[in-house]
Design a protein around this ligand. Sequence first.
Ligand SMILES: Cc1cc2nc3c(=O)[nH]c(=O)nc-3n(C[C@H](O)[C@H](O)[C@H](O)COP(=O)(O)OP(=O)(O)OC[C@H]3O[C@@H](n4cnc5c(N)ncnc54)[C@H](O)[C@@H]3O)c2cc1C
Length: 404
Amino acid sequence: MPSIDYDVIIAGGGPAGLITSRRVAEDGHNVAVLEEHPEIGRPDHCAGLISTSGLRSLKLRPPKDVVQNHVSAARIFAPSGQSILIERGKREAFVLDRSRFDSWLAEKAADAGAEILTKNKVLDVDCAKQKPCTVTLKTGEGREIKRSQVVVDAEGSRCQLSRLVGLPTVPRRNKYPAYQFEMSGVDIADDVVEMYYGRHVAPGFFAWIIPLGDGRARVGLAAKDLAKMRLEASIRQHPVMSKRLEHAYIERGFGGIVLVGTPIKRTVSGRFLVVGDAAGMVKPTTGGGVIMGGAAARIAGRVVSRTLLDGRQIEEGLRLYESNWRALLMRELRAMHLAQRMISSLSDQGLNILIRDAENFDLVDIVRKEGDMDMQRKVIFRLLANPYTILAGLRAIRYFNPLL
Ligand SMILES: Cc1cc2nc3c(=O)[nH]c(=O)nc-3n(C[C@H](O)[C@H](O)[C@H](O)COP(=O)(O)OP(=O)(O)OC[C@H]3O[C@@H](n4cnc5c(N)ncnc54)[C@H](O)[C@@H]3O)c2cc1C
């Protein structure tokens, strides 16, 4: 029988793959992270807004050169231009340089013993029953075949590998195009993130300005279609955004895919696991996936490592991953999905009413007191149970548009 090259092969060197690899390597297993690009973290696509509490929950304390800014509040704009400010009087989130963040995670994983192999693209995976998996790669030198006891798919939003082992993939309808510019000369407070909703601005999603400090910002938009065109139009014409950006200039532009919806229905098949964006593990309200994917990655790392250490039947041991991550995240993700669907079903008039009533009825106070950037279920249900929300919802629902 051909020998085993690795205990664990991880396809994809983003946060989900790197966090999994570190956990597995810490227990002394032989793990390789295969990343198709020449450098970890590049090209980047992310806005880098990550909650401080989420990072704490992952036991990550990014160094100073990874943190570009801190923010403590979010201002949410209705299509009318009216806004609500949600501030919680503390440093709610970091704005991270995602390229540096990913490189830092890679250093930590390598320190724990993981092998990080760039310019290694996974082309094919074959995980037959009760046998090690075979992974076909394209490297700088050509094609190679590697064998490992377990394969973890952390390939991000492209989501193609899981179908090779008969698992579902994130459906195309849940993938929204996104585009961002990094700009200088932006007229925005250094510690407030701005989010702009509206059917004409960003159908199905929203636009954002995330301050980087000193008048620099990431200005982006995701929508059902035409993200870059819509972003350029908003920069020129949006009543509020255009003012903020009147004297700004573009340093660089970059795109990506934001995921919406809930995770795929199965994430384990035999010796193959799916984690992070590849499994659709993002907050449906914002598309943010670093903390959700990171939380699942820690579970994946723990389950894989224990299964290998216990010497028990691998397929049986890995099944725990599915039940464990779902127990931690699924209720949260379902509640956020419900909220996102309600918001994206409203027409512009409906959104205007919702924002206006949220301010008038002090609903913002509930969010201020009970909101959490990642675990949003509690505040969503508190809001839904509030009589004023029901009143505002009834007013807004007249403008429900089933075609949106
Ligand atoms: C515009 C935009 C803004 C965002 N802003 C935020 C934000 O502010 N906060 C937040 O939490 N999330 C944000 N996200 C989402 C966030 O970027 C993702 O949730 C996160 O990167 C997912 O991590 P991951 O490790 O699962 O995948 P990724 O970070 O996508 O990493 C996957 C890696 O796998 C590699 N890869 C893919 N296929 C293969 C293969 N076959 N072989 C080898 N390597 C492969 C890729 O090159 C990549 O490096 C944003 C996304 C977009 C598009």
